[in-house]
Ligand binder design. Structure first.
Ligand SMILES: Cc1cc2nc3c(=O)[nH]c(=O)nc-3n(C[C@H](O)[C@H](O)[C@H](O)COP(=O)(O)OP(=O)(O)OC[C@H]3O[C@@H](n4cnc5c(N)ncnc54)[C@H](O)[C@@H]3O)c2cc1C
Length: 502
């Protein structure tokens, strides 16, 4: 049980062995053969081949969402391993929602039902009111005997995420023949976040029910009798795991209880109401690889590339950049009508600015975080000298050298609002949006009028946006940097940038 705490896996392993089940760990299946009429699996164990006779094999290979052939490609709905959605479960077409296995990041019956509620209600009430799908307390159950169930982080995940915690282990239930025990993982300074228990019935302790007002606090025992309640053969919400269900506790969240009218009305809500947000970077699945068309551009092979990955970071699914004496961009094409949607929204964070950076010098041209926009400019606007310079640069660095580029930077020393040429080229302008460590360690929201910034940087030369990239780079100073980027989208002048932090 690789996602469970070792102590819990050990408990289950002991029980299996006590029941006569031979649990073979660290065996790698290599070959199935029939030898003298006997079916045998050849497996590798500690460098040796071992022979395991068997009658039948069950293979568990996992599941993947089937996203092809439904028209998503034609519409340009971004997909990775799942359909990309925002926290309201909207795709890049705000009237197209995804919920369940195709939306991820979980593949459970109860999370599918949970998301269905959000998708249906948001479809109906947005833009007047919409709700972020709340995954803060997801029940998990493994239907072994004794069943293992948990809510929220376990110790393993707290360690992985670097969250300080305390573990308390204590017995529950009266029957000594049952493995009633609970491990509670708690931030030292906070309410109880998670429970982990192995018990006789496959149900979570209702004290951790996410829809109770004291969700996750481990306070009063409210519905303890659920432990003994019969399973209802219907889908429940997030509070109960399938297949043992009790829909009564979930109120409106039950898919069964949603008025059919909700969906019917939603179909008639004009999608044009939301059509003016153009998402370019919404990283909805923290377990997935960086979704296309984002691509790492390693421009200078002589320096190591900055590392990029998707992660859940303080409630935001984001791109994490780690630079160590390194440089590489993570970029994507961006064809956006800036006259219609001139404002770029995003959020970003850094651990710390690059201490010895100085954008006045080539040797100091490093930034903990930067957002880089590239533009095509009509040739007649560039002049002969500029065209010649660009042509030479492209001979050396390739066609990725843009006609013009605007860099929004998180600098270490220059005042916010400083705009100047890049130390290497006057075809790139640097604009300081954040400076110093004052907001380090926090997500910071941005909303920039790209059209206005471009005109200010280059004059009215009619640039057409071509690409969007992000970077942490420390190749000139030889330092380290750690930054996050999320939720890139272009919006109309009147539109706000809704805060997406959970
Ligand atoms: C073997 C197995 C065991 C599982 N055990 C558990 C468990 O114990 N607990 C748990 O919580 N989860 C379990 N799951 C996961 C759970 O079944 C899924 O997470 C859940 O069913 C997802 O619901 P959904 O509505 O997103 O998708 P689905 O339930 O897959 O529903 C999608 C529906 O769309 C239909 N469909 C597909 N294509 C089209 C089309 N072109 N036109 C019209 N209809 C279409 C399909 O027929 C299907 O009915 C298990 C899954 C499997 C495969």
């Amino acid at each position: 049980m690789i996602r469970e705490d070792p102590e819990v896996s050990e408990l289950v392993t002991q029980r299996f062995r006590a029941e006569g089940i031979d649990v073979l760990l660290n065996h790698r299946a290599r070959q199935f053969i029939v030898d003298s009429g006997e079916k045998i699996l050849i497996a590798e164990h500690e460098g040796q081949d071992v022979r395991i006779p068997f009658d039948a094999v069950l293979v568990a290979v996992g599941r993947a969402a089937n996203l092809k052939g439904f028209g998503l490609e034609e519409l340009g709905v971004p997909t990775g391993r799942t359909v990309e959605t925002n926290e309201f479960l909207q795709t890049n077409y705000p009237n197209i929602y995804a919920a369940g296995d195709v939306a991820g990041p979980f593949q459970f019956t109860h999370t599918a039902a949970h998301q269905a509620w959000y998708a249906a209600v948001n479809a109906l009430f947005d833009p007047f009111k919409k709700f972020k799908a709340d995954y803060s307390v997801i029940p998990w159950a493994t239907f072994v005997e004794p069943e293992v169930a948990r809510v929220g982080l376990n110790e393993l995940e707290a360690k992985e995420k670097g969250i300080p915690y305390e573990v308390t282990t204590y017995g529950i239930g009266q029957d000594p023949r049952r493995h009633h025990r609970r491990r509670t993982c708690r931030r030292p300074d906070r309410r109880i976040r998670a429970g982990h228990e192995a018990r006789h019935r496959a149900e979570q302790d209702p004290r951790h029910h996410p829809y109770l007002p004291d969700a996750g606090r481990g306070q009063q025992v409210r519905r303890r009798q659920l432990e003994e309640s019969a399973c209802a053969a219907e889908t429940a919400g997030l509070g109960r795991t399938f297949p043992c269900l009790a829909a009564g506790v979930i109120g409106m969240r039950s898919a069964r209880q949603q008025p059919a009218l909700l969906l019917a009305i939603a179909l008639f809500v004009p999608w044009a109401v939301w059509a003016d947000t153009l998402w370019l970077g919404r990283f909805s699945d923290a377990t997935a690889a960086i979704p296309a068309p984002w691509k790492i551009e390693h421009l200078d092979r002589r320096v190591p590339p900055t590392q990029y990955a998707v992660r859940l970071w303080d409630g935001v699914v984001a791109i994490e950049a780690r630079a160590s004496k390194s440089m590489a961009l993570l970029g994507r094409p961006a064809t956006v009508d800036l006259k219609k949607t001139p404002f770029l929204c995003w959020q970003w964070r850094i651990d710390a600015p690059v201490a010895s950076a100085d954008m006045n010098r080539k040797s100091g041209d490093d930034y903990a975080a930067r957002v880089y926009l590239t533009f095509a400019v009509p040739p007649e606007q560039l002049g002969f000298a500029t065209r010649a310079k660009l042509s030479l640069a492209r001979t050396i660095y390739g066609n990725q050298v843009p006609d013009a580029a605007l860099n929004y930077i998180w600098d270490n020393r220059h005042p916010i609002g400083t705009m100047q040429d890049n130390a290497y080229t006057d075809r790139a302008r640097m604009l300081v949006l954040r400076s110093g460590a004052g907001q380090a360690g926090n997500w910071v929201q941005e909303r920039r009028n790209v059209l206005a910034d471009f005109d200010k940087a280059f004059g009215g030369i009619g640039g057409k946006l071509q690409g969007l990239a992000i970077a942490s780079d420390t190749d000139n100073t030889g330092e380290d940097a750690h930054a996050g980027f999320a939720d890139f989208r272009f919006v109309e002048t009147e539109a706000a940038c809704p805060i997406t932090k959970n």
